[in-house]
Write a protein that binds this ligand. Structure first.
Ligand code: GDP
Length: 288
């Protein structure tokens, strides 16, 4: 999915979410566990305007488990409840309704004190494209639901999806946009396959990927492609291109004159990275 976000689209998306906020008790902010910063909407606080929030790190099956632990601790230190899940298999997804109830326990207790029967907690999933919103909704619902996006001109009544007996979700997630102004954010999202390659050049994305991996995940890279010479300086572009060429030679990506076909090599690196063949990788650590 490629969405071109313009100021008008952002305003509309923000309004669509804000309209839904009136219907819900809490927002479920879905982030990609591999890039919790880059998959975050820069205006999330402002958009949610104080609405209780549960942070869910999705695709944790592809992320470095140690860094995911650090992120959980970081969000907790910031006063947020957080769960790390894998929506594709459902691992730990069951914790979401439990955490939601925990976040709203005071409200629920107040209702009970007034003699009201506490109703199911009502939630809305929000996140940038491709972070796994539809997959998570289907997983929580326990069945496949045909999700229609918010499209102008199509009016559709909101449907509540039951998640067990204690939670209900709006069937249409809130779609947010990432922080485009930062070039690195764009490249990181492209690396994990969240931005289509028509927008950014494959060679450039792979270059960024190798540069990032050569620092923190050199051993994984070296093992996968049988490399023996780490870059002397990961900030040196020529060194990174040299590593890419080594990978290309190992994979037989050669063109006339024995030169390395960098485009083909780049394709291989990105496919491996996105398929988890370079191991469980997180590109962003908590900011402390
Ligand atoms: P949406 O645009 O936010 O609704 O994202 P989708 O639900 O369409 O998911 C985007 C892609 O990510 C799909 O190919 C999903 O199969 C995949 N996906 C979603 N959640 C997970 C997860 O937890 N782990 C893995 N490995 N893949 C996931």
């Amino acid at each position: 999915m490629t969405i071109q976000w313009f100021p008008g689209h952002m305003t509309r998306a923000k309004r669509q979410i804000q309209d839904k906020l009136k219907l819900i008790d809490l927002a479920i902010e879905l982030l990609d566990a591999r890039v919790p910063l880059s998959s975050r909407n820069p205006m999330i606080e402002e958009i949610l305007n104080g609405k209780p929030r549960l942070i869910v790190l999705n695709k944790s099956d592809l992320a470095d488990p140690r860094t995911t632990e650090q992120w959980m601790a970081y969000f907790a230190s910031e006063g947020h409840e957080c769960v790390a899940v894998d929506s594709s298999t459902g691992t730990r997804v069951g914790e979401i309704p439990m955490k939601a109830k925990e976040i709203l326990h005071e409200k629920i207790a107040r209702q009970a004190a007034k003699g009201m029967n506490p109703r199911a907690v009502r939630g809305l999933i929000v996140g940038i494209p491709n972070v796994g919103k539809s997959t998570l909704i289907n997983r929580l619902a326990g069945r496949n639901i045909a999700l229609t996006g918010d499209r102008p001109g199509i009016t559709k009544g909101q449907q509540w999806i039951k998640v067990g007996t204690e939670m209900e979700l709006l069937d249409t997630p809130g779609i947010l946009w990432p922080k485009f102004e930062d070039e690195l954010v764009g490249y990181r999202l492209a690396m994990i396959g969240s931005i289509r390659e028509q927008v950014l050049n494959v060679d450039d994305i792979a270059f960024f990927a190798v540069r990032e991996l050569a620092g923190r995940y050199w051993n994984t890279l070296a093992e996968r492609y049988e490399l023996d010479a780490p870059p002397k300086d990961a900030a040196d572009s020529e060194e990174i291109v040299r590593v890419m060429e080594d990978i290309g030679r190992r994979r037989g990506c050669l063109i006339s004159g024995g030169r390395v076909d960098l485009e083909k090599t780049s394709g291989i690196i990105l496919r491996d990275l996105r398929a988890g063949k370079l191991g469980r990788i997180t590109l962003e650590a908590p900011p402390y």
